[in-house]
Design a protein around this ligand. Structure first.
Ligand SMILES: [Zn+2]
Length: 251
């Protein structure tokens, strides 16, 4: 009976392993039948999708930092903490800041670079010690500010005033504005540079004036790519912020 209608009999055994066993153990089948069953087995095997190739510099790969990574409550939305997310001119300055501090024996960790509107609004909702600026008014939102923290023996040093002064001095020598000079809030991990522009100018789309000595033939392309990355993160975090479980304030 099996021999008369092998296809339909085997279909009854179509749980893959069983079909395979029958195929291997049933010598009398013709090659044609075997090919038919092999094709049937293949058609029932789930196809594995090849994962999409992600470029190393893609915004999806920007390094992020989760809340409490450096021992502080920084809200539920992850922080973007990648140098790639910064304006190219400012990025070079921060690379220098990190390198010079390292040469002085101070290890700096990046806590946050670019910040989305959703993230800025989350800080705003957390109170004045976090920020006084709402969405659109922080230099972080233009890739022109960073928050760093010195690390000693794997522990973030938020309260070491002496250490902060050393870091601040390096930043100021590089022409950066240092939040350690501020009182409301005192923000020693914050460095920014705007090329003379205010938040008002930046929010109206003006680009910072770069020193004549700065020579970057790919600046326009870099800024265009950067802008795409920023917009993608804006969408990403705005979507997360709208979900009730991930929202900044649930009470
Ligand atoms: Zn900051």
């Amino acid at each position: 009976m099996l021999k008369k209608a092998p296809f339909f009999s085997l279909l009854a055994f179509s749980i893959l392993g069983q079909a395979q066993t029958v195929l291997q153990e049933s010598a009398p089948y013709t090659q044609e039948h075997q090919q038919l069953v092999t094709a049937l087995i293949q058609s029932l095997t789930p196809k594995v999708e090849t994962p999409a190739v992600i470029l190393p510099d893609g915004w999806e790969n920007w390094n992020t930092v989760e809340n409490y990574t450096f021992g502080k409550d920084r809200g539920s939305l992850p922080m973007i903490a990648d140098l790639e997310a910064l304006h190219p001119f400012f990025r070079d300055k921060i690379s220098q800041l990190i390198a010079i501090c390292k040469a002085k024996g101070i290890e700096l960790a990046l806590v946050e670079t670019y910040r989305t509107h959703a993230k800025q609004n989350e800080y705003k909702s957390m109170g004045k010690k976090y920020t006084r600026s709402g969405g659109g008014h922080s230099k972080h939102q233009y890739g022109l500010a960073v928050d760093v923290v010195p690390i000693v023996d794997s522990v973030a040093q938020w309260d070491d005033t002496k250490l902060w002064k050393k870091v601040g001095a390096v930043g100021e020598q590089l022409g950066l504005r240092w939040g350690g000079r501020w009182r409301n809030p005192y923000d020693p991990g914050h460095f920014e540079w705007t090329g003379g522009l205010s938040s008002y100018h930046l929010s109206n789309g003006l680009l910072p004036y770069l020193p004549k000595s700065y020579n970057n033939p790919c600046l326009e392309e870099e800024l265009a790519t950067l802008n795409e990355g920023w917009q993608s993160w804006e969408v990403e975090q705005a979507t997360i912020a709208r979900k009730p479980l991930a929202s900044a304030k649930t009470n």
